[in-house]
Design a protein around this ligand. Structure first.
Ligand code: IPM
Ligand code: MG
Length: 368
């Protein structure tokens, strides 16, 4: 019997709706298993700006730091377009990642057989697709200093973002990716732009050394990030694990996600360094706040529920429960239930709440 502290940060837009379904799954596990989750719910993003004047409060950061795992819905929306750049909703998420040092972002792109026809690519290219994108999350272009817009004497403005990586930042993310590759298809691609960028030169050099010295049992490849974008739509199944920097990882993971049929399907895990057998962890869907459908119970809760399943797998060592949640999702899709984003002819369209309930009902059946 284990007790876990689970922090839920629903955020904005469809965040609260999809998070309610995670609460449902946590409640199911509390009732049906030996483990119990103490669920705490707090604010992040625009919701935190409205209530507290900041996109994430110090108190919330502290809670996330102490929790066994945090699940985040999504942040942002047109309502906060006018707020200061420093305190925009996204800054709350970026601060959580940075303050908790969640440098490793795991973004699986898995194509459920039932959804192969919902992809914009042909079925033969995506059926059985299972890629793990490992994105560096606390360095590179999104965090490097200077990062500013200054005034020039001639009345123009000058904007700077700085892309910066150190050897150890590259080493630790490449190792996380290689360790995952070892447990999967034993194949890894490292994507960079060493033909143009100094950070790319260092990335390439460090990745090559780690591949050679520590992971000679893996099939290791380097690929230019632009070519990688092209190869992902040409022949995505050539990839198993793909490791890349923060900026390229942001782009390539959206691209890979869409191959699976919908951005509404994909979970992610953001992990810190291992300390005493534990890692700080934040789990979140790859999709955003979808303000156009917010509050209408149209959102797909699968990505957020699957993010909770990743938490069960990577933080709580509840592999069996994680498998059950993933299986329940696959079965519900096989049975023809669809939210609007993945709706296909001949299937039954359901709302957020109904999809969540169907997944829990399927878990009942699998557990029986
Ligand atoms: C993501 C998102 C975020 C990012 C935004 C919301 C700050 O696009 O998680 O991919 O750019 O990292
Ligand atoms: Mg993104």
């Amino acid at each position: 019997m284990a007790n876990y502290d689970l922090l839920l940060l629903p955020g904005d837009g469809i965040g609260p709706e999809v998070m309610a379904e995670v609460e449902g799954v946590a409640g199911w596990l509390n009732a049906q298993t030996q483990n119990s989750f103490n669920v705490d719910i707090d604010l992040v993003g625009g919701a935190a700006i409205d209530a507290q004047g900041v996109p994430v409060s110090d108190a919330t950061i502290e809670k996330a730091d102490k929790a066994d795992a945090t699940i985040l819905g999504a942040v942002g929306g047109p309502k906060w377009d006018g707020v200061d750049f420093e305190v925009r909703p996204e800054a709350g998420l970026l601060r959580l990642r940075k303050d908790l040092e969640l440098f490793a972002n795991l973004r699986p792109a898995i194509c459920f057989p039932a959804l192969a026809d919902a992809s914009s690519l042909k079925r033969e290219h995506v059926e059985g697709l299972d890629i793990m994108i490992v994105r560096e999350l606390t360095g590179g272009t999104y965090f490097g200093e200077p990062k500013e817009i200054t005034d020039l004497p001639d009345g123009q403005k000058r904007a700077v973002d700085t892309t910066l990586y150190t050897t150890s930042e590259i080493e630790r993310i490449v190792r996380v990716a290689c360790d995952l590759a070892r447990k999967r298809g034993k194949k890894i691609h490292s994507a960079d732009k060493h033909n143009v960028m100094k950070t790319g030169v260092l990335w390439h050099e460090v990745a090559s050394r780690i591949f050679k010295d520590e992971y000679s049992d893996l099939e290791c490849h380097h690929i230019l990030a632009d070519n990688c974008a092209m190869q992902l739509v040409r022949d995505p199944k050539q990839f198993d694990v793909l490791v890349t920097d923060n900026l390229f990882g942001d782009m390539l993971s959206d691209e890979a996600a869409m191959m699976t049929g919908s951005l509404g399907m994909l979970p992610s895990a953001s992990l810190g360094a291992e300390m005493n057998g534990k890692r700080k962890a934040l789990y979140e869907p790859v999709h955003g706040t979808a303000p156009d459908i917010a509050g209408k119970s149209l959102a797909n809760p699968i990505a957020t529920i699957a993010s909770f399943a990743m938490a069960l797998r990577y933080t709580f060592n509840m592999g069996e429960a994680a498998d059950m949640v993933d299986q329940a999702i696959a079965n519900v899709l096989d049975a023809g239930l669809r939210t609007g984003d993945i709706m296909q002819e001949g299937k039954r369209q359901v709302g957020t709440v109904e999809m969540g309930a169907a997944i829990r009902a399927e878990m009942d059946r699998l557990a029986a």
